[in-house]
Design a protein around this ligand. Structure first.
Ligand SMILES: [Zn+2]
Length: 265
């Protein structure tokens, strides 16, 4: 891990790494990432001044996303790249210039540990959490490309059923494609074969280079088909829900892979 030797060290030796790659040599054409996998805060940051109850909420992580991503990657035989720390420490799906990269307020909740950060504090989070995570994804995609293997990028997220003061979000799942819409369109069509499923398109958010990082950089930036998948958190709160979603997504992805790979040079 690279860091400025004069800057503050974030992680103690017994803490989890910034990034964990599982099944790096998985033979699937799919590569799964989970940016908001964890609500862990480095011990030295003292919970960012939030109570444990606040850090259990959706503001700190994508509840259920890692449970789905793990099962999905296992069913597909795909590599999984998962982050080790909370989005409140640094949001791995934001460009470095984004105002909410280290959010001072998240869904109406102030984050005391993100107020008044010095440039060195900010740089430590970038160097020790953001860069290793994205370097792991880049290295994985580089290796696959060098081996002549195609990659189809699946960025697994989850969303809260309702933001503070907001309206109920009706979608069970939302898809947000990168610049190449075909991956998302095929997946949406496959999911919509179940008429009971409410599939959002560009919901709960559309992707943009000013607000997102994974799909624009690792997908669009490399010409790799990519889609961001958001599952509503009440559907993945328990193991059974996560397993159901992983099965459903694995089936849909496997079904559309031949058509997608036919388009991939
Ligand atoms: Zn997310």
């Amino acid at each position: 891990m690279s860091h400025d030797p004069d800057g503050p060290l974030l992680l103690e030796p017994d803490e989890p790494p910034a990034v964990t790659v599982t099944d790096a040599d998985g033979r699937s054409p799919f590569v799964v990432t989970c940016d908001h996998a964890s609500n862990r805060v480095p011990r030295r940051l003292a919970g960012l001044g939030l109570s444990e109850a606040e850090r259990d909420r959706h503001i700190a992580w994508d509840i259920g996303a890692l449970a789905v991503a793990r099962r999905l990657a296992a069913r597909l035989g795909a590599p999984l790249v998962a982050a080790g720390y909370s989005r409140l420490v640094i949001d791995l799906n934001r460009p470095l210039a984004a105002r909410d990269l280290m959010a001072e307020i998240s869904d109406a909740t102030p984050v005391p540990g993100n107020h008044g950060l010095s440039p060195a504090d900010r740089q430590a989070r970038i160097d020790q959490l953001f860069r290793p995570y994205h370097a792991a994804i880049s290295a994985l995609l580089d290796r696959r490309a060098a081996a002549g293997r195609p990659s189809l990028l699946v960025c697994q997220h989850s969303f809260t059923p309702r933001l503070s003061g907001g309206a109920a979000r009706p979608w069970h799942i939302g898809l947000a494609p990168g610049r190449d819409r075909r991956f998302g369109e095929l997946l949406a069509a496959a999911l919509r074969r179940d008429p009971a499923l409410v599939v959002g398109w560009d919901e709960p958010y559309a992707i943009g280079p000013a607000s997102d990082y994974g799909v624009p950089v690792h997908g669009d930036g490399r010409g790799i088909p990519a889609v961001l998948i958001e599952i509503r958190q009440d559907g993945v709160a328990g193991d059974a829900g996560a397993a159901r979603w992983a099965d459903r997504l694995a089936g849909s992805l496997a079904a559309i892979a031949p058509a997608l790979l036919g388009d991939t040079p």
